[in-house]
Ligand binder design. Structure first.
Ligand code: 5GP
Length: 124
C-alpha cells in the first residue's frame, strides 16, 4: 500500500512557518527543533523537510542526499548536546515511533534525540 502523507500535520505546519518552533539546526533538507514537551534535559526532534510519514517511508523514497543530510544533522545535534558517546559524553537515545503499534502521534517522520539524564531501558 502506498504511503499517504497528510500535510495538515503539526510538523508540516512548522515547516511551512505557520507554527513557531525553537530551531536547533536547519540544513537544506532537515530541521532540528526542541520538543514542546521535553522528556529529558535535551529533547530535540529531527525531521526531514520532505513529506515522509515514517522511517521506513523515508528510507525507501528519500534521495541519498536527504538521507545523508538527515543522518549528519542527527550527529550534529548529539554533538551540540555534548552527548557524544564515543568521545567522553554520557550518551543519548535516538528513537523513532512509527504507526499505531509504534504509538506515533505526529504522522511526519521524526527522530527523538534524548540526553542529559539516564533515559532508562525500554528493551532488555
Ligand atoms: P511521537 O509520539 O509522534 O513520536 O512524538 C511527537 C512529539 O512531538 C511529542 O514528543 C510531542 O511533545 C511533540 N510535539 C507535538 N506537537 C508539537 C509542537 O507543536 N511543537 C513541538 N516543538 N513539538 C510538538
Amino acid at each position: 500500500m502506498p504511503y499517504v502523507y497528510d500535510d495538515t500535520n503539526i510538523f508540516a505546519r512548522i515547516l511551512r512557518g505557520e507554527i513557531p518552533n525553537k530551531t536547533v539546526l536547519e540544513t537544506e533538507h532537515t530541521l532540528a527543533f526542541a520538543d514542546i514537551a521535553p522528556k529529558a534535559p535535551v529533547h530535540v526532534l529531527v525531521i526531514p523537510k520532505g513529506p515522509y510519514v515514517t522511517y521506513d517511508h523515508f528510507c525507501a523514497e528519500a534521495s541519498a542526499a536527504e538521507i545523508v543530510d538527515f543522518a549528519r544533522t542527527v550527529s550534529e545535534v548529539v554533538k551540540l548536546s555534548g552527548a557524544e558517546a564515543h568521545s567522553g559524553g554520557k550518551g543519548f537515545r535516538a528513537i523513532t515511533n512509527a504507526g499505531e503499534h509504534g504509538v506515533q502521534e505526529v504522522p511526519h517522520f521524526h527522530m527523538h534525540i534524548l540526553a542529559g539524564r539516564p533515559i532508562g531501558r525500554m528493551i532488555d
